[in-house]
Structure formats: C-alpha cells, structure tokens
Write a protein that binds this ligand. Structure first.
Ligand code: TYD
Length: 215
C-alpha cells in the first residue's frame, strides 16, 4: 500500500557550461525546498559517491589526462553516474526526497557526444544503461554566452585550470549549442534559463519551473 502522506520523489538536474552559476542556484533551491519541509538530497556529477569521487579524480586531475580518449571519458563519466544512481539517487527518490543533481546524463550527451563528436546512438545507449529508468523529472539548463562562461572560469581559477577547463572557445560553443538543441528535443523536461540574470531573478525562474512539478 503506498503511503499517502509521503510526497513523490523528484529528480531535478542542473546543466550548463562551467561558470554558468549552477551551484549557486542549487544551494538556493535546496534551502527553499527545505523551508517548505521537503527532504533534499544534493549530488554532484561526476562525484557524489566515494567510487564516483575516485573516478572524478582520474578524469579531471590525472596527469596523463590529455591522452584520455573520448570513449574512455564517456565510460568513466557514465560509470560514476551508474554508481550514484543506485547508491544515492534511487533510494532517495524512494523515500520521497527531492534530488538535486549538479549535472546528470545530459552532460555526457553534450560534452562527450556533441562537443567531442562521439556518435549519438552509442552515447545515448550507454547513458540509458547507466541510469536505468531514473530519468530527471526536470532539467534546468543555465545558459550563458560562451565568452561570459570563459571569463567566469578564468576569474575563479585560483590555481591551474583542470583538464576540462583548458578546452577552447569552440569546444564551449559546441557545449552551449548542444544544450540548446537538447531543450528543443525534450521540451517537456528541459527548461533553459538565462544565466546572465541576477541570482535573485534566476531564483524566481527556477522556482517557477520547479513548483508545478512537485505535486
Ligand atoms: P566540475 O569541476 O564538477 O565542473 P562544474 O562545476 O562545471 O560542473 O567538473 C565537471 C567537468 O566534467 C565539467 O567540465 C563537465 C564535465 N563532464 C563531462 O564532460 N561529461 C559528463 O558526463 C559530466 C557529468 C561532466
């Protein structure tokens, strides 16, 4: 018998290029949801579990990382995702929590598929295999022009940029266009918000997208 008082679990993913302001919006949304009494579980990709954090280190900080082929990169990102889905996300959804994921399967579609030119068919199949039936109820893409995103990355880079951050402007242009394309393909799930708005303005738009989906 389903417990009538238990809210339905929801998975909301946040996507966008580096420097889009995802983490600020996730923190604000988490606070808002907690205020109205929802359990919130925040995870970040490609980490979020001990195994995932180890995989993340190989991808992002490995000294020979520049030799990593796109296929390996895809399999590592999706391996980390398979783990966080089963270890954290699915159990949280079962409990009725709202899971906020800083990146999810669309990152692989866009970064490895579109920006690194891997064939879309296999990328999609591997992604689906990793997540099973745990698809986001809502995906918020925070869109910023490539130059703004690159300027923000440079500004916050206190130390050397990591491997993904060293990519050039044409890579990040493909990332941006990839997300916009995705929003056209999944109009019911993917919402694009203007990341050049103030955090307060964005906050309101995020809530307007989230609230109707919580029921
Ligand atoms: P991270 O430091 O977490 O960046 P951000 O704060 O921008 O999310 O590093 C994640 C990097 O990995 C980022 O450049 C995007 C990339 N990435 C992929 O290429 N494919 C993926 O499937 C995921 C989850 C991330």
């Amino acid at each position: 018998m389903p417990n009538k008082s238990k809210p339905a679990g929801k998975l909301i993913s946040f996507e966008g290029s580096e420097g889009s302001g995802k983490s600020t919006q996730i923190a604000r949304l988490a606070a808002h949801l907690q205020k109205i009494g929802r359990e919130v579980v925040a995870t970040r990709e490609p980490g979020g579990t001990e195994i995932g954090e180890q995989i993340r280190n190989i991808i992002v900080h490995n000294s020979r990382g520049d030799e990593m082929c796109p296929e390996t990169e895809l399999l590592l990102f999706t391996a980390a995702r398979a783990q966080v889905v089963r270890e954290v996300i699915a159990p949280a959804l079962q409990r009725g929590a709202v899971v906020l994921s800083d990146r999810y399967l669309d990152s692989s579609t866009v970064y490895q598929g579109i920006a690194r030119n891997l064939a879309p068919g296999p990328v999609s199949e591997i992604n689906q295999f990793a997540v099973g039936n745990v698809m986001p109820d809502l995906t918020i893409v925070i869109d910023v022009p490539t130059e703004v995103s690159l300027a923000r990355i440079r500004q916050r880079a206190s130390d050397l940029p990591d491997r993904m951050e060293r990519e050039n402007i044409s890579f990040y242009t493909k990332v941006r266009e990839g997300y916009l394309l995705l929003a056209k393909q999944w109009p019911g799930r993917v919402v694009v918000l203007d990341g050049t708005l103030t955090p307060d303005q964005l906050d309101q738009l995020v809530w307007a997208a989230v609230e109707p989906r919580l029921a």
